[in-house]
Design a protein around this ligand. Structure first.
Ligand SMILES: [Zn+2]
Length: 109
C-alpha cells in the first residue's frame, strides 16, 4: 500500500474510498475485508486480509456504486452496510423506532 502524503499536523491516516476515490481520514471510513472470495464488513476494523474502505456518502452506498468494486457481493454488502449504519447511528432513535414497530403491529422477526 503506498502511503498518501498526509499533512504532518495531524496523525490520522488517510484512506481512499473505493467508490468515489476521495481520500478521507480513516476514522470516517468503513472498512471491508476480503475473506476467501467474498467481501465482509469489518466491524472491528482489525480483521486481516485484503482491505477496502468506503466513505459515508449516500451516493457511495447505492448498489450500483458498490458493484463497481464489490461486484457480485454488492447487494449483500449494501444490506450489511445499512444494518451497520442503523446500529451505529440510531442510538438516540432506537426507542422511537421500537415504538413505531409496536404501533404497526409488532412484527416479530
Ligand atoms: Zn465514497
Amino acid at each position: 500500500m503506498p502511503q498518501a502524503s498526509a499533512p504532518k499536523t495531524k496523525h490520522i491516516p488517510l484512506r481512499r474510498c473505493v467508490v468515489c476515490r476521495e481520500s478521507k481520514a480513516q476514522t470516517e471510513l468503513i472498512r471491508f475485508f476480503q475473506n476467501e472470495q467474498s467481501w465482509q464488513l469489518d466491524k472491528k476494523g482489525k480483521s486481516g486480509g485484503r482491505g477496502a474502505w468506503l466513505c459515508q456518502k449516500e451516493s457511495c452506498h447505492q448498489e450500483k456504486s458498490l458493484r463497481r468494486f464489490f461486484r457480485q457481493d454488492a447487494a449483500r454488502i449494501k444490506e450489511e452496510l445499512e444494518q451497520y449504519l442503523l446500529k451505529t447511528r440510531a442510538t438516540s432513535q432506537e426507542s422511537r423506532a421500537r415504538r413505531i414497530r409496536v404501533a404497526t403491529g409488532g412484527m416479530n422477526v
